[in-house]
Design a binder for this molecule. Structure first.
Ligand code: SF4
Length: 226
């Protein structure tokens, strides 16, 4: 099986495709494929040219850290949860996330997700939960990995400077429901950085590896009933 990777040596340098022959186990995930290709002392492409190890990020390799988010055959996904037996065609094409600056190969800078939360001061402060908190939804939303896949597919998220996307909206819900004294402030921030520009394509919900129901967070914030 051929594996093509869109590589980029440095931020701002020109990206280029490099193709490798993968002859490892066919039960591997894409994370396993990248590991397998990198494992050899001499890494050569399909033309026999020596090349460097492929840069990519991982931590848990079990779908709970979100580090290995990338674009696989045109679809944003976690590499550790994407198995090659489920991919169609003779080739796997792997690219970095396109909405975030590339640091090296498949490693992108997703710090804007956290910076936006800090800038908007979406922090809990004193714990004063609403008496009617929906604990099931609360628990589900708290699983957000900050992986950025929802932002990758969002038609309204461009660079995270004004519209902050689904990860932000879900954190707004979490904070507003955990501290009633901040509900009004958080709803204002949510309206400014999410509510007024969200077109409800709901692509964020289709792609989310944690199956977070962002629409439920939106509805609760819009109603003011958390
Ligand atoms: S809402 Fe889902 S897709 Fe978006 S950052 Fe959180 S876990 Fe990732």
């Amino acid at each position: 099986m051929r594996v093509s990777v869109l590589r980029q040596q440095h931020p701002g340098s020109d990206p280029y495709w490099e193709t490798f022959e993968y002859d490892g186990p066919d039960h591997n995930s894409v994370a396993g494929v990248l590991d397998y290709l990198n494992y050899h002392d001499d890494i050569v492409d399909t033309e026999g040219r020596r090349t460097t190890r492929i840069g990519w990020e991982c931590s848990c390799l079990q779908g709970i850290c979100g580090a290995c988010a990338m674009v696989i055959n045109g679809r944003p996904a976690l590499a550790c949860e994407t198995f090659i037996r489920d991919l169609k065609g003779p080739e796997i094409r792997i690219q970095p996330l396109r909405k975030f600056p590339v640091i090296h190969d498949l490693v992108t800078d997703r710090s804007s997700i956290h910076e936006n939360l800090k800038q908007a001061n979406v922090s809990i402060g004193e714990y004063r939960p609403s008496a009617k908190t929906d604990h099931a939804h609360h628990y589900a939303v708290a699983k957000c990995l900050k992986c950025g896949l929802c932002l990758e597919v969002c038609p309204n998220y461009v660079n995270g400077r004004t519209f902050f996307g689904a990860a932000f909206a879900n954190d707004c819900y979490l904070v507003a429901s955990r501290n009633r004294s901040k509900t009004a402030e958080i709803r204002t921030l949510y309206a400014e950085h999410f509510g007024k520009d969200c077109s409800k394509s709901l692509s964020c919900m289709e792609i989310c590896p944690m199956k977070i129901q962002t629409l439920a967070s939106i509805a609760r914030l819009n109603r003011g009933k958390l």
